[in-house]
Design a binder for this molecule. Sequence first.
Ligand SMILES: [Cu+2]
Length: 139
Amino acid sequence: MASRKSIIIIGALLVAAVTLSAAAFGGSRNYCKAKKSSGQERAQAARVIEQDGAQTATVEVTDKGFEPSSLKLKAGAPAKVTFVRKTDATCAKEVVIKEYNINRKLPLNEPVTVEFTPHKGEFSFACGMDMIKGKLIVE
Ligand SMILES: [Cu+2]
């Protein structure tokens, strides 16, 4: 009798343990998801605004690199992208967009606007050494 009782107790404990660990894993998975989605929000925060037929956006250079790291642009419409370097901690002291022959110095905290008319495709913008990168997605 006593041993059957202890088996039932052990069984109940096992069920409880499995339930608890499932909850813990589920919880941490949700936490990761939340982190990821907030990162995506930041990536999309590069709101491209259309103004007088031109599309404008601002990209900051922070210690995390280019923020946001990608911009969606429309092909054929002139684009004005303003870069503002907010940190001295990285090597991104200029911005290079090879595809459009753009190479501009980025003085600290001074907005620099580059203008070009994008054509369809995916292009990168980068620091002078091509190490810190961002992406232009032109559709
Ligand atoms: Cu660099």
